[in-house]
Design a protein around this ligand. Sequence first.
Ligand code: SF4
Length: 429
Amino acid sequence: MNKAESAALELLFAERGWTATAEAEHADLVVINTCSVRITAENRAWGRIAHYAALKKRRPFALVVTGCMAERLKREMRERQPAIDYVVGTFQKQAFGLVLDAAASGKRLDEVEESPAYAFASSYYEPGGFRSFLPIMHGCENFCTYCIVPYVRGREVSRDPGTIIAELAELEDRGIREVTLLGQNVSSYRWKEEGAELDFPALLERVAGFLEKRAKGGIRWIRFLTSHPKDFDSRTMDLIASHPLFCRHVHLVAQHGSNRILAAMNRKYTREAYLSLVDELKARVPGVTVSSDILMGFPGETENDVEDTLDLMRRAAYVYSYTYHYNPRSGTPAATMPDQVPDAVKKERLARVIALQRELSRESMKALVGSEVEVLVEDVSKKRADELLGRTQQDMMVVFPGPSSRVGSFARVRLSGLRGNTFRAVEVP
Ligand code: SF4
């Protein structure tokens, strides 16, 4: 979400005549877009802020901090670091234009106004790109007990489907080939229109119908992120299965495999319900891959809970997982729960989860060696200039020989082997 919001800010700046510089040290305005989800991200942001605060002692420029951390700490941020000129929280982004005008004229705005509701930007296009995020909803009301997002991003707001479709058309006209519909919990998308309610599967149907009718063939792949198991349903599965536009991959976040911990996390599903959802998805959408986030070391976690998690991972056969260990976030219920797990134990448990995920990724990839797949070429390989890096619909990385001119296009390849967690492949006609 932060990447999409940074792209929207860049567009806004460009509209007002600002240009991006490759070297922030020479900028007239520095914007730090922060994330608050993990304490490590906040610590990194403080480091950046300190760096620019030191630079400001040598030459003047405007320093702006925005994003979740700005929302969380907006009252104390400038007290802690007076070099910050503006702190722009989640509900103040509409005031960014005023901040830019003030910075351009060298004046100061005393107050940055809050708006009552979250406002989506008109576009999240990243100039020159061929993949784009397209936010469809914002905020979260799930209140998982470890998570700070509902406090810093606010309640769920769905985006008008008319503006989603308009942005889709604009992205396609600008040469985008793959779009990721984005939200903290896309499956809880809801929009009321003409007395009826448009939910997430209905939105997917509208998106697919629009692109198919338009028949321009520019946007060929649609992904969505992130799906909460409590809202993910059979209609969504059937839509993925029935439209070739939708990538055969779902990031269906489990977080944990123990019913006791899932309840303490307030995740609102059991391991049995989660696993039956994964089974149903795999049965309804042939070839689909599933990935997840796994959070280890939640307060009260025992060895049995860890075993349950490893077991759930094996059964779900994740193609990959984002794994992390629990760090208390002040203001969330879990931060004051008893039986906090010592750091060394959290790290040891996380290491086991990572090792298992490596095995699972390798197993699911090995089964595909020999098959032919389509990839979207994302870049030139970092290791060799005559090789390309592509991504499959199933969200697996592939390296194959080819010229850099192919970046941004689709290619059909035969998977010939594995190097780490990346396929080796050759292009087929
Ligand atoms: S679903 Fe839970 S973990 Fe995800 S953003 Fe909402 S509160 Fe946080």
